[in-house]
Design a protein around this ligand. Structure first.
Ligand code: HEM
Length: 426
């Protein structure tokens, strides 16, 4: 970004004025060596009010993760950021350079042929469900149909993730509509509701803030598991004492048998936008119309339950990349630990052969997704090789393991915490 001479004079004048002001009054955010005044912009920020968590901090790395450089093109910096910043460390610089390399080499571009094939496979799954219901006369149709429905929901969940991240057309409006279609209509979970929580999860991954009682919203999805001691202060009641004692036993059954129902309920209860509510109603319309062709209520119940339980595995997938990792206080992020290093410490990649990538929806390459959330998932595998090398260069642990090992590490972590949990830990 280049600053003109006139702008430089303004910036210096602002610096003199600001030496008599508290920078928190003005809501300044540091990016690439300059403070930007976002006091009036915060309510209009397209990424929501997560921006406030970085007021008074150097937010260069998280900013570049979510935005193209052009976002700052018409914004004048307020003053120079002259303090020593942890966001200038070598780790951040390496990941920033890698990001520039990815941009130059086209890693952020979408491969529409890849998506066309994915759409074909996913809608073939739906067609399989329709055919099984239409010709239904045996347990085989029940099994194949309900498994195909589970796989269809799972793949639509992954599409929702891609589109809400703008991976497809890179036009926020169009991708958001696609996110609503695949999320709310097909999968049954409001795309907008999920997007709000997910961006917070990305910006302050596995973080807590005791002052505002804040926890990364995707890490306390249910208030029944406390997988890290940093979460204990949020679990100070007698019920927690019991639920945490048995959390290593309840984790898998609750994810599988309750996961889908819990997320459907939460998204329906918390969604306030009319168009998303209409989309959720459409979901129930097509699902109930389809199942109404089954011969009896018991078959409807069995068909839906099997599909919901199998799709419940997705909830295990969503949590195992973080549950056994470090948790941080928000205050530390971008002040004592750089944002990029926090991401390396908070993520586990799942090692799988390429032909199983469809099952993980790209989330097996969790670190690259967290460091570069604008990158479409079909590029994660080759990008991860370079992320791995960058970690090695700085002696950082690139944490990765197989799916079953990740589940086992999660259960061990829950068990360890259950044995150490105390009320009033601070
Ligand atoms: C001067 C500071 C900032 C400005 C001017 C700004 C501006 C913007 C703009 C214009 C967009 C829409 C981009 C698009 O549609 O392509 C956006 C999206 C977003 N911003 Fe910011 N932003 C700032 C700081 C931050 C910070 C510090 C965060 C930290 C978490 C953040 C998080 C996001 C997120 C999560 C999105 C949504 C990204 C997406 O749709 O994929 N922003 N911001």
């Amino acid at each position: 970004m280049s600053i003109t001479k006139g702008e430089e004079m303004d910036i210096n004048a602002n610096a003199m004025e600001d030496s008599r002001m508290d920078k928190y009054d003005r809501k300044l955010i540091g990016i690439d060596g300059y403070w930007y005044d976002v006091t009036k912009f915060i309510p209009h920020h397209p990424g929501g009010n997560i921006i406030t968590r970085f007021v008074g901090k150097d937010a260069s790395a998280v900013f570049h993760a979510f935005h193209k450089d052009s976002v700052l093109k018409h914004r004048k910096p307020y003053m120079k950021l002259d303090s020593e910043s942890v966001e200038n460390d070598e780790v951040t610089q390496t990941f920033a350079e890698l990001g520039n390399f990815f941009e130059k080499e086209g890693y952020f571009k979408t491969n529409y042929y890849w998506y066309a094939l994915k759409f074909c496979i996913t809608f073939t799954l739906l067609l399989t469900v329709v055919v099984c219901v239409a010709v239904y006369d045996s347990t085989m149709h029940l099994c194949i149909g309900s498994l195909a429905l589970a796989a269809f929901w799972q793949q639509c969940g992954f599409f929702m993730h891609d589109f809400e991240h703008n991976h497809f057309t890179h036009n926020r409006r169009v991708d958001k509509w696609l996110g609503t279609f695949f999320g709310s209509v097909c999968f049954g979970v409001s795309g907008s509701w999920w997007r709000g929580k997910h961006f917070i999860h990305h910006a302050v991954t596995t973080c807590v803030d005791y002052e505002t009682s804040f926890v990364d919203p995707q890490m306390v999805t249910s208030k029944i598991w406390a997988q890290n001691e940093k979460l204990w202060p949020f679990f100070q009641n007698k019920f927690s004492m019991l639920s945490i004692r048995i959390q290593h036993l309840t984790f898998l059954p609750l994810c599988v048998f309750v996961g889908r129902f819990a997320i459907l309920r939460a998204s329906a209860m918390e969604e306030t936008q009319t168009f998303e509510r209409v989309a959720l109603a459409l979901h129930w319309f097509w699902v109930s119309t389809l199942l109404s062709y089954l011969p009896s209520w018991s078959e409807v119940f069995a068909f839906y339950s099997i599909a919901a339980f199998v799709q419940g595995v997705l909830h295990v997938q969503l949590l195992i990349s973080h549950y056994a990792k470090s948790y941080h206080e928000i205050e530390e992020v971008s002040t004592t630990i750089s944002w990029s290093q926090m991401q390396v410490e908070s993520n586990i990649d799942i090692t799988t052969p390429w032909w199983l990538d469809w099952f993980h929806g790209g989330l097996n390459f969790h670190l690259v997704h967290h460091l570069y959330p604008r990158m479409p998932r079909h590029n994660y595998r080759r990008a991860t090789e370079l992320v791995k090398a960058a970690c090695q260069k700085h002696g950082l642990v690139y944490d990765h393991c197989g799916w079953f090992e990740a589940v086992s590490r999660t259960l061990k972590q829950l068990r360890l915490m259950s044995s150490q949990f105390t009320l009033d830990p601070r």
